[in-house]
Design a protein around this ligand. Structure first.
Ligand SMILES: [Zn+2]
Length: 163
């Protein structure tokens, strides 16, 4: 087995088996929407809501497959915090993101998508490289014809390179 260099070792400890291109791309997406932190640590989970009631400035409720979820946005220590309450068994947990500017709903959707995607790569439920069902070519998900993150994810899920 090939020995890892010190740099590779550190990368592995931080990002598991997620490949470098994927990590760099997802971090660039997060930076572009104003997320504070790196893809490996930007989504936090808490049993207590990180925002106090008086710190919540906006609240949205949207339907999900599991019922509904409430997205709350507010400010804390000069940063913008987005907290989403989710049912986990019998209890409520909060996933939260920190932004350095006020996020739009689109930014929040992007942050959630990046988080889900990163977890899927981390746990190996999604592989960044797939075989195109049409042409049979081995394709990295960042080499498809998809332009935006959403398009790239769609093509990854369809296993289609865009040929
Ligand atoms: Zn193809």
């Amino acid at each position: 087995m090939k020995r890892l260099t010190e740099e590779e070792e550190l990368f592995r400890r931080k990002y598991g088996h997620v490949d470098k291109r994927t990590v760099q791309y997802l971090n660039a997406v997060l930076r572009s929407i104003g997320v504070v932190g790196d893809v490996s640590d930007f989504a936090h989970v808490s049993h207590k809501p990180p925002l106090r009631e008086e710190e919540v400035m906006y609240q949205y409720t949207r339907p999900t497959l599991a019922g509904y979820e409430t997205i709350e946005i507010g400010q804390k220590n000069g940063k913008w915090v987005v907290q989403i309450a989710m049912a986990s068994g019998d209890e409520l947990v909060y996933i939260f993101f920190v932004f350095n500017r006020r996020p739009s709903m689109k930014d929040i959707k992007t942050a959630l998508l990046v988080d889900r995607l990163y977890q899927a790569f981390w746990f190996g439920t999604l592989s960044p490289v797939f075989t195109c069902w049409e042409c049979g070519r081995e394709t990295h998900w960042l080499d498809t014809a998809g332009k935006t993150l959403e398009e790239k994810v769609e093509m990854l899920q369809e296993k289609y390179c865009g040929c």
